[in-house]
Design a binder for this molecule. Sequence first.
Ligand SMILES: [Zn+2]
Length: 419
Amino acid sequence: MKVTVHGGAREIGGSCIGVQTDDCYVALDYGTTFEESSSNQFPEDFDAIIISHAHLDHSGQLLSLSKKKPVIVGSKITREVTLALLQDMVKVQSQNDYNYPYYKHDANRIMEHWWVRDYVALPGMTIQLHPAGHVAGARMTSIHSEDKKVLYTGDFCVHDSEILDGCNTEALPKKPDVLITESTYGGKVRSPRNELVDEFFRQILAAMDRKGNILIPTFAFHRSQEMAKRIDDAMKKGVLPRYNVYTISNLANKITGYFNENKECFTKKIQRQKQPFKYSHVKHLYRTGQIKEPAIVICTSGFGHAGASLHLLKNWAEDENNSVILTSGYLPPDSPLKSAKEERRFRNNGNMVSVKAEIEQIELSGHADQLELVQMVEKLKPKRTILVHGDVEQSQALSEEIEKMTEVWIPEKGETIAI
Ligand SMILES: [Zn+2]
């Protein structure tokens, strides 16, 4: 058996790992990179492609296979959301680039070959998917072939969140020959989630006292719904006073509809609610012109490089009463939010915008931190561990913590490891 890391090596973004035996060749994820400068050329002759979850850095490269009709395997909500995200990507990219090679029907065609399964048998190989936490529908993949066991985590999270149960590591296959794990937070230990949520509410209350606007850039998928639900529930319970709260993202609104229709993906508490993602205090708007200030606005893009979040960042950055709350730990190097936070200014259409608004980063992330990663290795006892989906410093920090328990590899892009 051979494992080749085609993408997601020493970086976040562009995940794709090939597992090849004498009889079978499968890909674990097929994602796009965040950085415009790097492009992906993945092999196209896979017998099947397993998509761990609907984030584009794990699924966005599928468009390049639309004419090949590969078998794709993943959960139901991963299929639905991936289609919505790919269609949106085609819409946005073709507006910016007349030569963009894909059309909406390419996204539709991909979905025709998508098997919604948790178990698949291929020649000489069985594949089992396991809930991974992280986002709705996320799965880990275990492969059994040639008497070898491989477990690929995709992105995962062990602790529970308000709407989603964490990954149950007890249910995962023990002593795999190879564990391929994400290492986004391989070098970081986070505060307990309830402390982070309290801090998040404190930041909101402080901005409310100043009658400021609060911008919360978020991803359309999962983080947007989780955030809206968090604020809606806090207002229902009186943890937060009433304030104008809006979501602005048609894509997020569409995905919220899928969430209401697929309640089984979420916690028992969510499942008992009739329309869990129908909010009492959070209103969906179609454009920023509809905002009644002061307001809390949850909007895309999550990295603040486009859409309503960039527009509001520009409008609100220069007022010290306003606040921007980032809940993702990772920001791409070229994102306006990163320079707004670190340099207190950012470039917009050639002009420098100076930042007086508060910018807080509270990592309410859906990724395992170093403690959860180490505990998983302790529990699963893998013979070898391949670290992917992490900056090299994060992977190395994790490696130091686990190298006494397992043989560790931090491969480079394109590197093949014989098992
Ligand atoms: Zn993800």
